[in-house]
Design a protein around this ligand. Sequence first.
Ligand code: FAD
Length: 512
Amino acid sequence: MTAFSEASPRGAERGRRVRSVVILGGGTAGWMTATALARQFGGTLDITLLESEEIGTVGVGEATIPTIHWFNQLIGLDEAAFLRETKASFKLGIEFVDWVRPGHRYFHPFGTFGVQFPGVAFHHRWMKARAEGLDLPLSAFSLADELAQQGRFATPAGDARSILSTLGYAYHFDASLYARHLRGIAEAGGVTRIEGKLQDVERDGESGLVTALTTQRGERLEGDLFVDCSGFRALLIDGAMGGGFEDWSHWLPCDRAVAVPCARLDDTTPFTRSTARPAGWQWRIPLQHRIGNGHVFASRFMGEDEATAMLMANLDGEALAEPRALRFTAGTRRKAWIGNVVALGLSSGFLEPLESTSIHLIQSGIAKLLTLFPDRDMDPMLAERYNGLLNADMDNIKDFLILHYHANPGRTEPFWVERREMELPESLVAREEQYRRSGRLMLGGEELFRDASWLAVLNGQEIVAGDYNPLADVLDSATNIAQVRQVAEVIQRAAPTLPLHDAALAAAMAQG
Ligand code: FAD
């Protein structure tokens, strides 16, 4: 045998390759998956998507995080067309209002705090400066925060010497228009859309693999691989494959939302606002044509009528539709890939929308699926790896969300008192403890939320670091304070020179 034949992969026998994929569901998850597979496989994969207009979509996923750029590049999205067609706005981060106590505000910015000085991370330099008399809060070192407060926006610069390199950004968009936009791209790429309701799931008696979906109208959709994007119904991963669900509502008890759009204001604020309410929180997401609003609450502590009235009393403009109620349970499927079924989107689990992570989790699932794309024999090791990676993602995000609720020193309502006193996951206890003791952020290399995010929320929720990295002591106090202060001054000088959000958006949409 030659070295070449030993090295030639098994899958090169073309008969083993997956030839057809059937996607159940045409919400954000379904169309993101269809678009990505169509783009990546060109015409070599037969892709069919079954969805039911009568059942409809959740359609409220309107805020994203910066990882969305990765997905947009993957599918070759034209940013100007995307901004126009989805009525999008730019997002610099999330403003948390009243989370610590009524009247309090902090900002979780995209991008970084400060600049990268040689040596120790910037926040240790800031912590040392604070301990030695500097009177500037962490927020003074975020250009994104400053721009958000001034209603301005700029895209990040590649040049590390520019303060603009510290920025990050994402988008708010109309979820229904986004799904429509992606559908156009997917169908142009050869994806076949079937309108109809799922009737039955056929499985092979021996292997247990799904062989076909049938519709109520009698179509039979055969496939090698099935992607469950059927939303909370989870018709394939749970209904057919018995995937189970790990309930996290003891940590994240919000299980209801009421959503309503309202008229927009003159200027678009380039950030999501999250305002704490007595039994949850309210989102405000500005778009070009309206503002999306929703009240997320725990039904154990508040009824739907009261939650709806609270939402309607806290809108910036006239309501543009009837409020819409949604129900969910925070939690995950430890096995989002079973046999030849992969669940993406809400069918794989849901962590409430506090940090806009659902669309990220869809694209992260798509990336993992592409990396681990199986042959028709569905090697279980691929599924195992996929599930392990996804579980780590979910666990880390879960801890980050719990932190927001738990660290609330000044709220007095029973919902918040219970959150303050709840038992935390051990992983979060360890993180909080390390930060309190040493100012260290103990993050793994693969984690979604990085130093700046944890720092923003730990500091914003008033968890105080008791020390900083001793490496910062290499500099004398006066020099350190002067250098750190200078960064804030650069931010103060730069911000007013940058465009207002709506001007920046108009310029971006005019391109191409
Ligand atoms: P869905 O939108 O529910 O789509 C399910 C699809 O399956 C539909 O096309 C439906 O027709 C089809 N289907 C179901 N049953 C059948 C059947 N029997 N036959 C045929 N077709 C069927 N995410 C973010 O990233 N940012 C946010 O700001 C955000 N906010 C949210 C706020 C709330 C209150 C909620 C509940 C979610 C939020 N999300 C957010 C999550 C986001 O909405 C979802 O991740 C995203 O919409 C993907 O949903 P999906 O495609 O998995 O499911």
